[in-house]
Design a protein around this ligand. Structure first.
Ligand SMILES: NC(=O)c1ccc[n+]([C@@H]2O[C@H](COP(=O)([O-])OP(=O)(O)OC[C@H]3O[C@@H](n4cnc5c(N)ncnc54)[C@H](OP(=O)(O)O)[C@@H]3O)[C@@H](O)[C@H]2O)c1
Length: 239
């Protein structure tokens, strides 16, 4: 594999499992020194990288403490990947559930970015992991999830404008359904599985490596003139 990221250092949030794990491993395979963030699964994160940090991204205090521990690090990339996908049917959602989804999926990336900004080198890359749910309706009562991802795509466009003066490129990647712990219960139901498959014209769901390859491109010199974009990696779920 080409070492497009040799000499680069970055942070991947939610790198202990699923899509974030695949992203961290791919960036490392391309030569980067990758710091992996996790919430609880420290052992899993350590299998991905020897450099692990930990925080509940639903807590601004914990985000700030994490960046205090990183204060001597310079970052060439930041991947805001961690997230939660929990039901929030309108009419029966608790305040606690509403706050959790918004705290982790929206306030989390915002505060992470705010704390990371002084550590980011000029020309750094920021990649936010969105979802096709930002642009489509899906059955199953997850409107708050979709709303937070739509908001993340808006953050992406606005940060790209705000940070262009420092040459910092900000993009989002929006996967279709991916079979990870996040979706295991939902896709374990055969009817849900068939419905999810049917939304991918290319005939399979998104793989974590499909996402990781596009993130690696965006972190590399090959992506040097791309900013403010959301790239759908969804086999045609969103066209
Ligand atoms: N799976 C899909 O179908 C799909 C589709 C489109 C977009 N996405 C997006 O892709 C990203 C990764 O999803 P995934 O499927 O890989 O999820 P996953 O397998 O459930 O992994 C979630 C990751 O986020 C971390 N995390 C969860 N809650 C957290 C919190 N409160 N604070 C900090 N970190 C937290 C977890 O850390 P621990 O391991 O320590 O718990 C883990 O590393 C998410 O943003 C998701 O919305 C997923």
């Amino acid at each position: 594999m080409a070492l497009r990221l040799a000499g680069k250092t970055g942070l991947v949030t939610g790198g202990s499992r699923g899509i974030g794990r695949a992203i961290a491993l791919r960036l490392a395979a391309e030569g980067a020194d990758v710091i992996v963030h996790c919430h609880r699964n420290v052992a899993a994160a350590r299998e991905v990288s020897s450099r692990v940090v930990r925080a509940d991204l639903g807590s601004v205090e914990q985000i700030e403490a994490m960046f205090q521990s990183l204060r001597d690090v310079r970052l060439d990339f930041l991947v805001n990947n961690a997230g939660v996908w929990k039901p929030s049917p309108v009419g029966s959602t608790s305040i606690e559930r509403m706050n959790e989804i918004i705290d982790v999926n929206l306030k989390g990336p915002f505060w992470t970015m705010q704390c990371a900004l002084p550590l980011l080198n000029d020309g750094a890359r920021v990649i936010n992991i969105s979802s096709v749910a930002a642009k489509t309706g899906v059955a199953g009562g997850r409107s708050l999830y979709g709303a937070t991802k739509a908001a993340v795509e808006s953050l992406t466009r606005n940060w790209a404008m705000e940070l262009a003066g420092r040459g910092i490129l900000v993009n989002a990647v929006a996967p279709g359904y991916v079979q990870t712990d996040m979706t295991a219960e939902h896709l374990g139901n055969p009817a849900n599985f068939e419905r999810a498959m049917a939304r991918h014209p290319l005939g399979r769901m998104t793989m974590p490596d499909d996402v990781a390859g596009v993130v690696a491109f965006l972190c590399s010199d090959d992506g040097a003139f791309v900013t403010g974009q959301t790239i759908n990696v969804s086999g045609g779920f969103v066209i």
